[in-house]
Design a protein around this ligand. Sequence first.
Ligand SMILES: NC(=O)C1=CN([C@@H]2O[C@H](COP(=O)(O)OP(=O)(O)OC[C@H]3O[C@@H](n4cnc5c(N)ncnc54)[C@H](O)[C@@H]3O)[C@@H](O)[C@H]2O)C=CC1
Ligand SMILES: CC(C)CC(=O)C(=O)O
Ligand SMILES: [Mg+2]
Length: 407
Amino acid sequence: MAAPTTSPSSDPSSTPQTFRILVLPGDHVGPEVMVEALRVLDVVQTSSVGKIKFVYNHQIAGGCSINRHGTPITDEVLRIAKEESDAVLFGSVGGPEWGTTYPNPESGLLRLRQHLDAFANIRPCTFYSRSLIPLSPLKPAIAEGTNFILLRENCGGASFGQKVEEADFASDSWAYRRDEVERCARVAAALAPTMGKDGLGTGQCPEGPATVWSSDKANVLASGRLWQRVTSQAFAQEFPHIELRHQLADSLSMLMVKNPRMFNGVIHTDNTFGDMLSDQAGGVVGTLGVFPSASLCGIPDGVNRCNGIYEPVHGSAPDIARKGMVNPTAQILSAAMMLRYSFGLAPEATTIEAAVQKVLDGKDIGGLEIRSADLGGCATTKQLGDAICMVLSRILKGEQQEHQCNP
Ligand SMILES: NC(=O)C1=CN([C@@H]2O[C@H](COP(=O)(O)OP(=O)(O)OC[C@H]3O[C@@H](n4cnc5c(N)ncnc54)[C@H](O)[C@@H]3O)[C@@H](O)[C@H]2O)C=CC1
Ligand SMILES: CC(C)CC(=O)C(=O)O
Ligand SMILES: [Mg+2]
């Protein structure tokens, strides 16, 4: 895939930079949150006055694809994802009507991750606004300041190992190769300097890169022993300047609740532990509704861009679907991650995050409190999306006027 290499923010030419996005909304709340993320991207495109163009290819995956094509993802959609897209914006899939019998909707997402080799699943856990801190079930003094990236290996381990499924016996092979652990360790090392020891994620780290916590079950699993050994070797040989610490996955889950700030930095862990620990991290924040993710096909070195899948950490939330009450923030923040990691549009990504923060803070929206039910309010999905679009548009217009006055 030919990845775009320059940022339109610094590109004086009038030809728009074009980014091809495969849109897969999925099932239940997936399409509801996707609508709002696409509206946010439209604001970015419109405000760029011809510098940025998003070209969307709308396809389906998940239960809706089973209903229409008899498979959770078609070969054609996989081909488009790899050959004709710069990134995939994904909603969420699954639901009780399809059950868990293979091939279920979720297996379509797993196929997509594997097909693109989107091995590095970046799940940032932070409070996007101080106003969210009281929503955490933890005491404010414990929750406040939590800011870590849960980096989950996304294409190996138990989800993808050999499976045996019989009437009275079943097994999943929880297997890892050295190169799979190594490349994930390299992503952790690339992310640590963007966090900083203070965990602020400012990209300016006077005190040096944040700690990387490697988590496994080396005390019981052979794959865990490989994980721990290969990670230690990779950091000793390639990243001796980054502090690496190990914490068994069971005790890490306890400590994440007791003292989440302890992990400010990067948690580097395998597919299954990463899946579980990231939902638990959502519990620390108080809702999955503000928890985005990026699954990258390469190492985010700030120079080279790679394809990726951008989706919320949450699932299809059938319990709240079609009620207009799902929080679209995680999908919107996932779109921001797409701009940062696959398109090189870090300033635009930061502006979306700033707009989200302002809305959650109740700023620039006439003192109104626009919050969905999971945030303790009664705003609809559309009202929250409207507010984020409005504030975003205002910030981007302000930046443009400033640029015109001080070119
Ligand atoms: N990436 C994906 O497509 C994923 C799909 N799933 C699938 O989703 C289906 C439902 O799974 P669950 O275990 O119920 O997990 P879930 O994440 O869909 O929901 C868990 C709880 O969080 C709430 N919630 C989730 N997202 C929310 C949002 N944006 N705003 C407000 N509240 C939100 C739900 O209402 C529910 O009470 C299952 O079929 C599962 O396999 C689960 C996780 C990831
Ligand atoms: C395939 C998904 C259902 C796995 C999952 O829960 C996740 O990615 O968080
Ligand atoms: Mg999960």
